[in-house]
Ligand binder design. Sequence first.
Ligand code: ADP
Length: 282
Amino acid sequence: PPPPPAPEKQKAAPPDPPLPRQNSKTTPPSPPKVITDKNRILEFHRVGFLGEGGFARVYEVKDVRGTRHACKVVTKTSLKTKKAKTKLYAEIKIHRSLAHPNIVRFYECFEDDDNVYMTLELCHNGSLMDMLRRRRRFTEPEARFFLVQIIGACNYMHTHQVIHRDLKLGNLFLDSNMNIKVGDFGLAALIENPGERKKTICGTPNYIAPKCCLTQQTDTVLKSTPERRISPDARECITSTLTPDPNQRPTLLEIIASPFIDYGIVPPFIPISAHDAPPDFR
Ligand code: ADP
């Protein structure tokens, strides 16, 4: 091997160009300003960028009548493997079969030479993750309001044999009226046979179901939650939902009937101001 360069030489050398970021991926080219399907029946104008996830970029688009939607764009170059295609088809098949007020509505799916497009209901107020970052904590009435809507969406999915498998703050979007819209069906699965259990452990580690990580102490979650800020009913509700044995864990309906929800204030709506400051529900 060549000898290492002399230290003086290193000092004299011009500064290196910045190293590429680790794990940085090349940014795919933006989709066209006017997005159409191959037959030019559908037409959407790209008006903004909303965000990006593991394999898609999401844009705000306007249809010919001026209605705004979200448009999830997956490049065809990212769909070269059979696995990637199967995954996207599963997401489309499952998401388009669902219609519920608390689930992001799936409208159209089409393609051009470069991309696959999915038009979705636009969620104007970001995700619960964005909101929690700004607010740092929610009030218990807000938690009840969100929980009731999330449980409604889950109950609907389960009656349609769908399991989401990646429910987390970043996938719980807020519409213009601060209602929950469950989104991102990229990890969802269809339970085709009654009683069937999916064995793949998937999701996001912080939100994984208790039964999937039995080695972890479930009470670490509560230990990191300052007790004085949380009511005994809320505490009991959290503890019970973290029970590792699914047979011991409350069902969705039991959570709705729990003292936390049943005895507390469930506000009829959340004001937009809750985006940045705690609302007063008294
Ligand atoms: P991926 O499946 O690649 O993880 P997501 O569905 O999570 O992609 O979307 C990535 C980002 O795009 C989200 O974090 C969010 O910022 C934005 N986004 C996705 N869907 C919508 C929507 N319906 N309305 C508004 N923004 C959205």
